[in-house]
Design a protein around this ligand. Structure first.
Ligand SMILES: [Zn+2]
Length: 269
């Protein structure tokens, strides 16, 4: 084996065709965070890389470092996640998880928590014991924590009291106690808070106690143990609403795979 071969462990996030023969891979690795790697002849059936050059593939990748990018020469695959590819909703969901990871992660930084989370989420999707929508909501929220940008759910973001009740206020970055919420917002906002409505004006969310509990579980549980819970339809709806508002406020990006997933979900409803 060549001396300059580097061994990396990770998951393929995307595999864009380049011309008729090659692919450009984005791989989330244990060693270097997200990397870009060129896979020569990865569209040709006889290539060593053809089976490995597709999203979800998890394994060991042998690469050569170039000036601006890596070249992937060989891979040892641990998991293809074939079960995901036979179900359209799961495929789209998995592709969205990968696209989200690709967008939020960086090169040459420690992305081990996000890597573990993505693997764990793909496994949960392929196991199928938790509804894909719950896996998605938990993944969307947890990846924010893995990237250091998750909502504060344990104390008031203004006065730091741990005494509830709290209201979720997305523009403030997490929960507000009743007093701070009252001081911060105008009469209309307070009234909306008192009315205990969902998704009220200016980014307020009045959440059920079980939703607060679930958010705290998501924030504190390690990725490998995360996808082992179930929630009621109401809690799931609140988790999805918080995630959607958070992404609109802080991530603000159109994910192509999410558009596809939403279209698929609509058909299956
Ligand atoms: Zn407060």
């Amino acid at each position: 084996m060549a001396d300059n071969l580097i061994t990396l462990h990770g998951i393929v996030l995307s595999a864009i065709p380049i011309g008729e023969n090659d692919r450009r891979l984005s791989i989330l690795t244990k060693e270097y965070g997200r990397i870009s790697a060129f896979a020569r002849n990865a569209q040709k059936p006889k290539s060593e890389m053809v089976a490995a050059a597709q999203p979800f593939v998890t394994g060991t990748f042998f690469v050569i470092a170039g000036r601006n990018s890596y070249t992937a020469v060989r891979a040892e695959v641990n998991n293809y996640f074939t079960e995901l590819r036979n179900d359209l909703e799961k495929t789209c969901c998995g592709l969205y998880f990968c696209e989200l990871a690709e967008f939020l992660t960086g090169e040459n930084v420690d992305e081990n928590e996000t890597l573990a989370l993505l693997y764990s989420a793909l496994r949960a999707l392929s196991r199928g014991d938790i509804p894909p929508r719950l896996v998605r909501a938990a993944y969307e929220i947890k990846i924010l924590y893995a990237e250091g940008e998750g909502p504060q759910v344990n104390e008031c973001v203004r006065c730091h009291t741990k005494e509830g009740p709290f209201v979720m206020h997305v523009p403030s970055g997490g929960c507000l106690c009743r007093r701070c919420a009252g001081e911060l917002f105008d009469e209309e906002g307070r009234r909306a808070y008192e009315l205990r409505t969902q998704a009220v004006a200016s980014g307020y969310y009045n959440l059920d106690d079980s939703t607060w509990y679930t958010l705290r579980v998501i924030a504190s549980t390690q990725p490998s143990k995360l996808f082992s819970f179930s929630v009621s339809e109401e809690v799931l709806a609140e988790l999805r609403a918080v995630a959607a508002a958070w992404y609109m406020e802080y991530v603000n990006h159109n994910f192509r795979s999410l558009e596809m997933l939403l279209a698929v979900e609509e058909v299956s409803e």
